[in-house]
Design a protein around this ligand. Structure first.
Ligand code: COA
Length: 173
């Protein structure tokens, strides 16, 4: 019988966070995620943990920028043991709906073909890097650091290109 998933603002245990960070940092699709970054999401309430009973199944996070008018969707993650059961769709839906409810425009960047398809279903459209709106460009430039560039270079995957997606919120064109 299919189990229902619970969506929580906090992890049930620190062991869950250890497991999550180990899996995320081994994934070719995510540049890397530090405990410090995850703690920042907890402080700013921009993260949700998806559980099936006691087991952590996935995570959804986002970063608010441009004075709250925009958010970057992600990272998203379905733990290995839960892949292919709808957790990916759920974690993306959580981030999209939470931020649309807060009247934010949405930005996402991913190399993962599954995520690209789900973004498109939520009405985000792919946009060339040089055509991204100014608030997104400014955010991306500010976000760059030597550590982040090195992390991304370590995970370079020639098979898939990073695609940028946006959806404008009407209140913040
Ligand atoms: C991307 C990810 C979150 C998807 O999680 P998931 O729980 O396996 O996905 P779902 O079960 O919700 O499936 C979503 C859709 O993708 C399809 N799908 C899932 N795995 C697939 C695969 N390996 N190949 C092709 N399609 C796949 C599903 O059939 C489903 O499509 P449908 O709605 O038409 O049925 C998960 O693979 C993951 O964590 N990957 C590594 C980290 C990552 O890439 N994160 C995103 C960075 S932005």
């Amino acid at each position: 019988m299919a189990m229902a998933f619970d969506v929580l603002a906090q992890p049930r245990s620190s062991a869950d966070v250890d497991l999550l960070l180990d899996e995320v940092n081994a994934s070719p699709f995510i540049g890397g995620w530090s405990r410090h970054e995850l703690d920042h999401h907890l402080e700013t309430e921009s993260i949700r943990f998806v559980y099936e009973q006691e087991a952590l199944a996935g995570v959804s996070a986002w970063i608010v920028f441009a004075s709250g008018g925009w958010c970057e969707l992600g990272p998203f993650f379905a733990l290995d043991a839960f892949r292919g059961r709808g957790v990916g769709k759920l974690v993306i839906q959580i981030a999209v709906e939470t931020n649309r409810d807060s009247k934010r425009s949405l930005y996402g960047v991913t190399k993962n073909p599954i995520v690209k398809a789900i973004f498109a279903r939520h009405g985000l459209h792919e946009t060339a890097l040089m055509r991204l709106p100014l608030p997104v460009m400014t955010y991306l430039v500010r976000k760059m650091s030597p550590e982040r560039i090195a992390r991304n270079l370590r995970k370079l995957n020639a098979d898939e290109h990073a695609a940028h997606f946006i959806a404008l919120q009407e209140a913040h064109p």
